[in-house]
Design a protein around this ligand. Structure first.
Ligand code: GLY
Ligand code: MN
Ligand code: MN
Length: 257
């Protein structure tokens, strides 16, 4: 995980070079750290600037990096023992979130906090997904993007238009570890100490989504951390990378010097 943290720090330090070139500069920067300190990248790095963040597995990484937009960076270093990290941070390219970016980011952060709090031994695997989805549904109703009440939204899954994916998965040697496991021991299973999983809620407003106000279009936010189930709760293995919006801004300002 330390190498993954350093890889993210490397990227923040070269954002000006990425602006002068493309998302490929970000991909290459993270790859260098992964190859020098680890075995490899654990999966194709997603270096998604601006509206590319709304494409779930944007790995072409050939787009422009523009000040004022967000960068969604989903990347992880695979260690020499072949275990991989799987971390996402959504960063304001110029170092400061604007008002709407911050509103959306903070909603995803709140959803992730609720999700992480639901990771504990004896809990159901689905609990953290349900907790995070509830927060996101509440926000979407509050912002007037979907009609409430929240219970109806959740029952019909209306929030999924903008949440797009499940809130996490088991993590290990494969980034989507044990993906072929039986339903009763995975999706319908119970968490046990020693298990490691990601909690990664997101909100994605496609550039051509006419159902949301224009200013939302092209904004995608995901925050992803690697959470170890412990005897008495959980431990965030990627906690060294700040997540709260104000802490992200301070961290970026420090790194950019
Ligand atoms: N990096 C792929 C995922 O987050 O599941
Ligand atoms: Mn993941
Ligand atoms: Mn990921």
């Amino acid at each position: 995980m330390d190498s993954t943290v350093r890889g993210f720090e490397d990227v923040v330090k070269v954002l000006d070079k990425a602006e002068a070139t493309s998302e490929r500069y970000i991909e290459g920067t993270f790859f260098l750290r992964a190859r020098v300190e680890g075995n490899d990248i654990g999966y194709g790095s997603i270096c998604a600037a601006g509206p590319h963040a709304t494409t779930l597995h944007w790995v072409r990484n050939d787009g422009a990096v523009r000040s004022g937009e967000l960068l969604l960076l989903d990347a992880g270093v695979e260690t020499h023992t072949y275990y991989t990290a799987d971390v996402t941070r959504t960063l304001p390219i110029n170092g400061r979130f604007n008002e709407l970016q911050k509103k959306i980011y903070d909603a995803v952060y709140e959803a992730q906090e609720a999700g992480i709090a639901a990771v504990k031994p004896g809990g159901k695997f689905r609990d953290f997904h349900d907790a995070a989805q509830r927060v996101l549904a509440e926000k979407l109703v509050e912002w007037g993007l979907v009609e409430g009440p929240v219970e109806r939204v959740l029952e019909l899954g209306l929030q999924r238009r903008w949440t797009l994916h499940g809130t996490g998965h088991m993590l290990g040697m494969d980034v989507h570890d044990c993906a072929a496991a039986r339903r009763e021991s995975y999706a319908d299973g119970t968490l046990e100490p020693g298990m490691c999983l990601t909690v990664e809620p997101g909100l994605y407003f496609q550039a051509d989504d006419l159902t949301v106000p224009e200013e939302y279009r092209g904004i995608g936010v995901r925050i992803e951390d690697d959470i170890l189930v412990t005897e008495d709760g959980n431990r965030n293995l990627s906690a060294a990378l700040p997540r709260r919006s104000d802490e992200v801004e301070l961290w970026m300002a420090r790194l950019k010097g």
